[in-house]
Design a protein around this ligand. Structure first.
Ligand code: ZN
Length: 257
């Protein structure tokens, strides 16, 4: 044991030990997607792993393999494919990759799995992959968390947004993600470049091909300038606590305390 809980940092015999004692594996899934003028492309990928690590502290859970690429970015919730830098997988490829990873983990003997996805568009595809990987088996449990950012208390929501919450799809590269990055990795935030933005129109339906009017020019979909490291610390604490409660509920035997 080298002390790391990151799956990729283990040796093969450490993995054999983890399987033997019934440890869980949490697979963090993100996206490589534009996040405005001020946040890096790996925002979702980085948050998935960092928050998964933070929330699973104190549990016998390995975190990884880290899946950085996600399902197609959509204009109404991530800007869409028109921004240079965004790299996405098709639904079929994404589902196949996640399924292969989960089946690989099950095949080597893991029976407790967590799918932890930060990127909204991965929803349902992550569930589908987990469903197919576990289908027909009653000797395992897969917990699927597809929107971990919504695990905030009412108090925290009021503190972060007041009465101006725009809804999670519009929160892309905006207050919450800017705040969390300012708290966790401030050296990669260029707050001086952040601008509050708004799409010309936000229809209640989607359009293909996506017209430029349904997303913003900057790629931030709401108000990143309201982000602060303090808000990020509050959000990270609550989102990690949410995962901790889920693990206590679903895998209480893995608590190391
Ligand atoms: Zn994001």
């Amino acid at each position: 044991m080298n002390g790391s809980r990151i799956y990729e940092h283990q040796t093969w015999n450490a993995i054999a030990d983890a399987i033997g004692r019934g440890a869980a594996v949490a697979v963090p899934i993100g996206a490589i997607e534009q996040h405005g003028y001020h946040l890096p492309l790996d925002t979702d990928a980085y948050f998935a792993r960092e928050l998964c690590l933070a929330g699973s502290e104190g549990f016998d859970v390995l975190v990884g393999p880290h899946l950085a690429l996600g399902y197609r970015s959509r204009p109404l919730s991530g800007g869409g494919p028109a921004f240079p830098g965004t790299l996405s997988l098709s639904g079929a490829t994404f589902t196949a990759v996640v399924r292969d990873v989960l089946e690989g983990l099950i095949g080597m003997g893991f029976r407790k799995l967590l799918v932890y996805s930060w990127h909204m568009e991965n929803q349902n595809f992550a569930y589908e992959a987990a469903y197919l990987a576990a289908e027909g088996r009653d000797d395992l449990k897969v917990v699927v968390m597809e929107t971990p950012f919504d695990g905030l208390s009412e108090d925290a929501m009021a503190m972060l947004y007041g009465d101006e919450f725009p809804g999670w799809p519009a929160e892309h590269a905006s207050l919450m993600e800017t705040s969390v990055m300012l708290h966790l990795r401030p050296q990669l935030v260029d707050l001086s470049a952040a601008i509050d933005d708004r799409a010309e129109r936000r229809p209640s339906y989607d359009l293909i091909p996506p017209p430029a009017s349904i997303t913003t020019r900057s790629g931030a979909l709401w108000k990143p300038t309201r982000g602060t490291a303090e808000k990020g610390e509050l959000a990270v604490g609550e989102i990690a606590e949410h995962l901790r409660r889920v693990l206590e509920e679903e895998f209480p035997e893995l608590s190391l305390e």
